[in-house]
Design a protein. Sequence first.
Length: 553
Amino acid sequence: MNKYKENVVGLLEEAGINISQDVIEIPPDEKLGDFAVPCFSLAKEMKKSPAKIAEELVEKIHLKKPFEKIENNGAYLNFFINPDFLTKEILNDGVKIEKEESKKIMVEFSSPNTNKPLHLGHLRNIFLGNSLSTILSESGHDVIKACIVNDRGVHICKSMLMYIRYGKNSMPNKKPDHFVGDYYVMFDKMAKKEPDLEEEALVMLKKWEEGDKEVHEVWETLNRWAIEGFQQTYDTLNVEFDKFYYESEIYKSGKDLVYEGLSKGIFYEEEGAIAVDLGKLGKKILLRKDGTSVYMTQDLYLAKKKFDDYSLDQSVYVVASEQNLHFEQLFKILEFLGFSFSNDCFHLSYGMVTLPDGKMKSREGTVVDADDLIEEMFFLATEETKKRHDLSESEVRRRAKIIGLGALRFHLLKTDPAKDMVYDPKVSISFEGETGPYVQYTYARIASILRKSDIEVPVYLDSFELSEKEVRIIKKLASFTDVVLQAKEGMRPNIICRYLLDLCQLFNEYYHHTPILKADEKIKETRLLIAKRVKQTILEGLKLLNIDVLEEM
């Protein structure tokens, strides 16, 4: 519908009025037209009431395709698109995602620590980053999916310390990242009884940075196990990365940047540490007094390295809202250091996610392991599939994976990223309500209708006789490109989820009250083509969310 907004702007320009597309609204009631232009902003310049301006513009504007009429409603100017014009375009051509001038954009997501397995929060992160990458790519951009592996630091040393003390060179007896994570949890428990353990971990970190051979051998072993475990989870989720960065390989260059900033007077020394004063954003330590690095140290260099490696137009960080201040400080420090790309960095912040009872299976009572949740979703999807069909075990597994992952992805993506959310596994797997399986089932239902038809679905029709419900569906289909644009610009895949739910609801209501396969042939052709276009649009929308479909459910 975005191109029709351009038509509105053009008609107003011919009438001597200059407005931006941004002020054009979609009326809350379809009886008020397809677009509404508020005239409040014109009142001061034209020295007339907004209602009077709207009244005069109705007489002044010369109608052109695709509009069939213009009305004034109080201070608003309402534009109505000719349904026949819209119908021919949407039903004969289908909906397409508008391509933009290509930019090189890196999306960094997942970003695990190699001291514990991925958790529920990581799943929201991964699905957001992966979906945003797909939306950007389908919009014509060159996207690099990146993952920074936080494989060094005091938190890593905590797992190492416990493994050296209690692991005694044992091999993993479970998924390797969970094996490593058990030692991190052990440290947490032991440190409550032995406060000196915190200092021991810092001493180990210093030894690691000094290249101690024995410490590095343990580090390499545990890191390898943790990363092997992460990869197994990524494979299950069908998530791939184009580039992995490792903190251990870049933190020293981060220290060089800090010393360079110190020499230029941008940073200062404080009790042996190096810090920066960021005004309203507070003071930030960049190197500890023992010379060891903090997260900010490596993030400074990583930001520079990304732009150096790929000549990026934009760098997007998908990181939880807990780190909002960190990224405000990072971008400000990059600005202080004179890096022009500081303005091309964006933090996609997302809220916390929990389960209804706070946990499913937890190592510490607060963290929900991603693998446990994925396994639970596969189990629920398997049970649901077996209730509905008598299938081979392999087909049950295939369908359960598509439905289970679809339910998990959709539920974690359908909430605005900025908001905290509760994930309820049992609710998310339902075939009814605002869920992924509901959207997948609507797709499968339409596939079944098209298979059962005794005539071919037409590729092109010259004329249509449409009901109000059918016009409503066609207008919904026409808005798909705008929805994708909004999701891309706002970096909010939840907009696509909302659209798909609304489209499916419209179609299902239509299907319940309108015969398709039993209609007269000419009407049947139109209705089959409407069903086909809805099916194609659902497929395109789910593709942007990285959700697969089934032809039968």
